[in-house]
Design a protein around this ligand. Structure first.
Ligand code: LLP
Length: 406
């Protein structure tokens, strides 16, 4: 039987009050994750990669905690501003975008991160005196799945380190100053070693650049989704990279990190209801009222999410395929999983669903999106997003249709 960092009775109460499917986020857990990072890396500046979960309730909490934002699109940046973030604390870090978008970001006073040499060349010509950050790919990559490894020669991200001289020449020639360098090696590593190597490598590059104000080390801190997985020890990363981090501090260069998952993943659960139990010669399926449209990580990365039967937690375990209501065989939350006996009508909690869950949800099959509920530190459960309705989804599709008027 797996355990959950939530009160079971409280989750059952939330499921019956607000219905399902519903995401629940714990304020206390998010705040304690912020503390964990700040405690591990003294004097650092923390940004939140809002792609992990862009709910305004979370973004406002980050602003109140003094945590800045890593944004990758105009809409992300606009939402961050609307939630109280200063433009100077928004790190704008898109990939493969147009000169116009980068110019828009610069005019909005975001800290703009450039990941393509050509974009730096065209930007530098038109913006003498501007200050920019450059995303480098220093050939170190790590992640929980090949789709999320962002360093190395097979990755499209960042400017390969051997082009740094060219970047510095171009910017110098046009009077543009490189005030920051950035690297993100990948997402979801629970092994401290590549994270340490990443910090050491970019700190070494930083020594070669005059006038640098900050080094953004990216995000990528993993969490343990599986019960027997060893959690990442941030203090081990900090002590492993101590010499490199101290050298930066001593030369007056700020250290930034921009994690997403680590701050919010474990603070979220997805509550679903079992609508049917189906037995075949091979499997027992527990069919729920949610699916890959709400949490795509199992289908996309074969990712593990713990599943807890809230309604029958002390029963003997059986093996289930926990699936959704989407018309694809790849629509599953777990395959061949031991869970306390699931019966029709049981409420299940799908664990560690605070990151890359609701933010990757879609209306596929034209199913409505889940509700979202914040479990506040005061104990109050507050609805922060209403579940969308079938009528809303249908109207949205119909209203977008301009075929009859064109
Ligand atoms: N910085 C950059 C440049 C990134 O590309 C990312 C994530 C982050 C920071 C935050 O990484 P984190 O601290 O959350 O690992 N959908 C996938 C994860 C995709 C990550 C994309 N980039 C998943 O569900 O595992």
């Amino acid at each position: 039987m797996s355990t959950i960092p939530f009160d079971r009775a409280r989750l059952l109460e939330i499921a019956s009050t607000f219905g399902t499917p519903t995401y629940v986020y714990s304020e206390a857990l998010i705040r304690s994750r912020i503390r964990d990072i700040l405690d591990a890396f003294e004097g650092m500046r923390l940004l939140y990669a809002m792609k992990a979960n862009s709910h305004p309730w979370i973004l406002k909490m980050m602003a109140a905690e003094g945590v800045g934002i890593d944004a990758v699109s105009p809409a992300e940046a606009l939402v961050a501003l609307a939630c109280g973030h200063d433009p100077g604390h928004v790190f704008y870090s898109p990939n493969n975008v147009s000169d116009e978008e980068l110019d828009w970001a610069w005019r909005n006073n975001f800290v703009v991160n450039f990941g393509e040499l050509q974009r730096i060349e065209s930007f530098a010509k038109g913006h003498p005196g501007a200050e920019i950050c450059v995303r480098l790919n220093l050939n170190i990559g790590a992640g929980h799945h090949e789709h999320v490894v962002t360093g190395g020669t097979k990755s499209m991200f960042g400017i390969p380190g051997n082009y740094l001289e060219q970047v510095l020449n171009t910017t110098r020639q046009h009077g543009v100053r490189v005030v920051g360098i950035h690297q993100h090696i990948g997402s979801g590593s629970t092994d401290p070693q590549p994270l340490v190597e990443g910090i050491e490598t970019i700190a070494e590059v930083a020594r070669q650049i005059d006038g640098l104000r900050f080094v953004n080390m990216g995000g990528g801190f993993g969490v343990s989704y599986e019960p027997d997985q060893t959690p990442l020890d941030l203090k081990q990363v900090a002590s492993g990279a101590d010499a490199a981090l101290s050298a930066l501090a001593n030369s007056g260069v700020e250290v930034w990190f921009e994690p997403g998952r680590f701050l919010v993943a474990e603070a979220g659960v997805l509550l679903v209801r079992t609508n049917s139990i189906k037995q075949t010669a091979d499997r027992t399926f527990a069919g729920t009222d949610s699916g890959m449209n709400h949490l795509i990580r199992p289908s996309l990365y074969d990712a593990f999410h713990g599943i807890y039967n809230l309604s029958n937690d002390s029963a003997d375990e059986s093996v289930f395929d926990v699936v959704g209501n989407i018309c694809e065989t790849g629509d599953f939350f777990a395959r061949h999983r031991r869970v306390s006996e699931i019966r029709e009508g049981d409420y299940l909690a799908i664990l560690d669903a605070g990151a890359y869950a609701m933010s990757m949800a879609t209306h596929y099959n034209l199913r409505p999106l889940p509700a979202e509920v914040a479990l506040l530190s005061t104990g109050e459960a507050r609805l922060i997003s209403a579940r969308s309705t079938a009528e809303e989804v249908a109207n949205d599709i119909l209203q977008r249709d301009v075929s009859a008027t064109n």
